[in-house]
Design a protein around this ligand. Structure first.
Ligand code: NAP
Length: 328
């Protein structure tokens, strides 16, 4: 239990599966989710990587399912990255995500898997969605153009999940984490999301005693960030208790301005220089907050405060920069 709050996930949720296959289990969220699965399930947890089964290769998903014979799949393998990389490689984001997801869900159904859980992202919501963004807004418009290759491909998970449930009775679920951050995130500046990018830039500026750090945009947009450890804590609950293709937002629903986020990270990293805002760079959506009414209705929450989550992430980043066990 964290922060003195309690929700349904604090009551132990033993998972009745014989063998859970996790794709993408060595990625950012996999590092948080796999230990939670190990704690909740007495069966085997298998985490083969891309070197074992490259899911872009024809037939690889079928082979993976045939070789591992799981009764549950947690599908995390994806090509994911920040806005800069999405702008550079929209075709790769589209093709790889559509190909991997279509193949893995299909192979899992054919293999007789009892339950599959997968994640899509909040960027799949329409660019014009009105905050707080509820799950019912998903199909009300086209997503932000710069990352549409990724986000439209990911959105097909919802269609595939509902279609396979309707035709085959296949029990798959699709959850929608908001803007996730935490230990094991990607700190490579062309691929990173905003929080790891800021942590890295302020940490390096502190060490170089740089007088200023230039941040993109006006700093005025507002966002809602969720700690990866909170997402991981929810996964066993959904595997045990949720049987629907209706998506659920996993976030805090708490609004923070990017300018305030940058100031907070500056303080926590110990950087003493100035922040300059390059307002010539695009801001993206001005207000993007997720509606977590559905999550709360299930008795669940993402309770870690931004300050606590940032402190843990920064402490981790300081350690792993020395050992090199981080994506830079
Ligand atoms: N991070 C976020 O903010 C966020 C937010 C919402 C939703 N999500 C979703 O959560 C899931 C996990 O994201 P993440 O941030 O943990 O991503 P990540 O750190 O990039 O990890 C992705 C994993 O997918 C594997 N993978 C990629 N291409 C593959 C292929 N062709 N064959 C087999 N494995 C492949 C990678 O393996 P290698 O390392 O071996 O390449 C890696 O382990 C994704 O579905 C993502 O869309 C993430």
């Amino acid at each position: 239990m964290k922060n003195g709050t309690q929700d349904s996930t604090d009551r132990a949720v033993p998972l009745p599966f014989r063998r859970i296959l996790v794709t993408g289990g060595h990625g950012f969220l996999g590092h948080h989710i796999v230990p939670r699965l190990r704690a909740a399930c007495s069966g085997e947890i298998l985490t083969p990587g891309r070197a074992d089964y490259d899911l872009l290769e024809p037939g690889a998903a079928d082979r993976l399912l045939r070789d591992t014979t799981p009764d549950c799949v947690v599908h995390l393998a994806a090509k994911s990255g920040g806005i800069l990389d999405n702008r550079l490689r929209p075709a790769d984001y589209f093709y790889e995500n559509l190909t991997i997801n279509t193949a893995v869900l299909h192979a899992a159904w054919r293999a007789g898997v009892k339950k599959l859980l997968t994640l899509m992202g909040g960027c799949s919501y329409p660019a014009a969605a009105v905050s707080p963004i509820g799950e019912d807004q998903m199909w009300q418009g086209y997503p932000q153009a710069e990352s549409a290759g990724y986000s439209v491909a990911k959105k097909m998970l919802l269609v595939q999940s509902a279609a396979y449930r309707a035709q085959h009775g296949f029990n798959s679920l699709v959850l929608i984490p908001g803007n996730v951050y935490g230990e094991w995130d990607n700190f490579n500046l062309t691929q990173a999301h905003v929080i790891p990018a800021l942590i890295r830039r302020f940490s390096e500026a502190r060490e170089a005693a740089a007088p200023e750090v230039v941040c993109f945009g006006s700093g005025q947009p507002t966002r809602d960030f969720v700690y990866a450890g909170d997402i991981a804590r929810l996964i066993p609950w959904f595997l045990a208790r949720y049987d629907s293709s209706a998506p659920v937002n996993l976030s805090t629903g708490t609004r923070i301005r990017i300018r305030e986020l940058a100031e907070t990270i500056r303080g926590l990293t110990g950087y003493a220089g100035r922040i300059e805002w390059d307002a010539a760079q695009p801001d993206g959506q001005m207000d993007k907050i997720f509606d977590v009414t559905r999550l709360r209705g299930l008795g669940l929450a993402c309770p870690t405060s931004l300050a606590d989550g940032l402190r843990r992430t920064i402490a981790w980043f300081d350690d792993v920069r020395v050992t090199g066990d981080v994506r830079l």
